[in-house]
Design a protein around this ligand. Structure first.
Ligand SMILES: [Zn+2]
Length: 511
């Protein structure tokens, strides 16, 4: 009996420790649950940060117990746990206050500080009462219900879907002695010329002419098969519509493909090519280097500390983000790979043919150039991923600054690469978001299809370029390029277009 009583007292003492651990880890579990699409990419990193915060909290508890005495342990553990949660709730609170009309950032920061202090004082007082430990533990466990169910379902459905056997379109064929280097450069969200003209009043014909003068086939009516980076690039790199028409989509279907584990890279490797992968930046974004590559090209850091998308999103939840941005704007930076980074790290001619896949997150926001086309430092942390309508001026400015750099890169390749290279300059999709009002009456492309209208400029030998017909869509890019290398007739797929709705594909018909 005495033993039972002793044990229960012992477990009672441990309750605040469990509560603290749960509360300090909760922001990370909740973050992963809310960002399931990217959980496969940066999940381990977020868990490592969670573990680091747990260790720090434990050390803090130990230090404070030495100062205040063991009797305060339960109150201190509760304060640390609740403090962790409040720390990561800055963004929701700040957004709520902004919604209520508090526009001054400093006021929102002070409000967060005041509310947090009130909550912590309340917890301190409540911790003196018996029963509080059990209530707080129950609340902490309840907070985990959502993330545990969400992440378990995500893992379970991913296990069922898997990536399966990747399409083995790659089959070694006839290989000629001297193979051309192949450069595939994706300029994320670069719109088609007619869209720029009709909807933005921008005349991009100088750039298009410069490409045509260098023997590029520029498709005036090119379309992406998806208006989504992940789905578009993974499908182009798979050379087939591999996503299920009616099934639920899951990130396991594209995560590996975007990092080089795809039919195009396999085929190039089977032909004896080296694979060079240029990541867009942040070292953790969707198309980061995955290990298939012989060489990984990364951005040159611009701030004191380069952080990635996951870290920026996590930091954004806390009051540290606005404080650092105000006090030391150059301290943190998103390091995006630029055209200059690319040309500095490319090896143009070697004994082994090279296939480059470069995904540059430009002209996609955030703005990378100032008005004079100098490098914009510091770069904003807002990716504006789905809707660029609030940053149209910056978007057009970046496009204007990007054009001569792309032509410069092409000229450098054409001068220094002696393999008679194939060069593919494309975007994964076009402009996304609400279109600006224009004076043009008749639009060729319906507004809901504008996001599909992408840039496609391909430099191939004349005979192969004939396969690029008027109605070109990205799916056939490498069917044409690889057939050209192997001196075969390309087997083209029909053009199909898809949007997503509730996690499933929905076919879009142009007519
Ligand atoms: Zn994109």
């Amino acid at each position: 009996m005495a033993e039972t009583k002793g044990m229960s007292k012992h477990s009672l003492q441990k309750m605040p420790l469990f509560t603290m651990a749960l509360l300090c880890f909760w922001p990370f579990a909740s973050f992963l649950n809310s960002n399931q699409d990217d959980a496969l990419i940066y999940g381990t990193q977020i868990l490592a940060y969670g573990l680091a915060l747990l260790i720090t909290s434990g050390a803090l508890l130990w230090g404070m117990c030495i100062c205040l005495g063991r009797r305060s342990m339960s109150a201190v553990a509760h304060i640390i746990g609740v403090g962790c949660v409040c720390f990561f709730l800055y963004l929701p609170l700040s957004n709520l206050l902004a919604h209520l009309g508090v526009s001054l950032g400093v006021l929102r920061l002070l409000a967060w500080l005041f509310i947090t202090l009130c909550v912590l004082v309340g917890i301190w007082i409540m911790s003196q009462r018996s029963g509080t430990a059990a209530v707080l533990l129950a609340v902490s466990l309840a907070m985990f219900v959502g993330p545990v169910i969400g992440l378990s379902y995500f893992t379970y459905s991913g296990f069922l879907k898997g990536d399966g056997e990747m399409d083995r379109a790659a089959r070694a064929g006839k290989v000629s002695a001297a193979l051309p280097n192949v450069y595939w450069v994706i300029l994320d969200a670069y719109p088609r010329a007619d869209i720029l003209h009709d909807h933005f009043g921008v005349d991009n014909s100088e750039f298009i002419m410069a490409l045509r003068n260098r023997e590029f086939t520029v498709s005036d009516r090119s379309m992406a098969n998806f208006a989504s980076t992940k789905l578009s690039l993974s499908t182009t790199a798979s050379m087939e519509y591999y996503l299920p028409d009616n099934g639920q989509l899951h990130p396991t279907m594209w995560t590996a493909r975007l990092q080089g584990f795809n039919a195009v890279v396999e085929k190039f490797q089977s032909l004896g090519y080296r694979y060079v992968h240029a990541e867009p930046g942040g070292s953790n974004l969707k198309t980061r280097c995955g290990g298939m590559e012989h060489k990984c090209i990364r951005a040159e850091p611009v701030g004191s500390i380069g952080i990635n998308e996951a870290e920026a999103n996590l930091l954004r939840l806390t009051p540290l983000f606005p404080v650092i941005r105000r006090m030391a704007p150059g301290f943190l930076s998103f390091d995006f790979t630029s055209v200059a980074d690319l040309s500095a790290q490319l090896e143009y001619s070697g004994s082994t043919p090279t296939f480059l896949f470069a995904h540059l997150l430009t002209p996609h926001p955030p703005q990378r150039f100032d008005k004079d086309c100098g490098r914009n430092v510091p770069v904003s942390f807002d990716l504006d991923g789905e809707d660029y309508s609030k940053v149209v001026d910056a978007f057009i400015n970046d496009l204007r600054c990007l054009n001569p750099l792309i032509i410069g890169l092409i000229d450098e390749i054409l001068t220094r690469d002696l393999s008679d290279p194939y060069i593919i300059i494309q975007s994964d999709h076009g402009f996304r978001g609400v279109l600006p009002e224009t004076g043009v009456r008749e639009m060729d492309v319906a507004p809901h299809l504008v996001a599909f209208a992408n840039l496609s400029a391909i430099k191939l030998p004349q005979t192969c370029a004939q396969s690029i017909k008027d109605g070109f869509s990205l799916i056939n890019t490498f069917r044409i390029v690889l057939a050209c290398i192997e001196d075969k007739e390309p087997r083209l797929l029909p053009n199909r277009y898809f949007s997503t709705s509730k996690g499933r594909l929905k076919e879009v018909h142009l007519e």
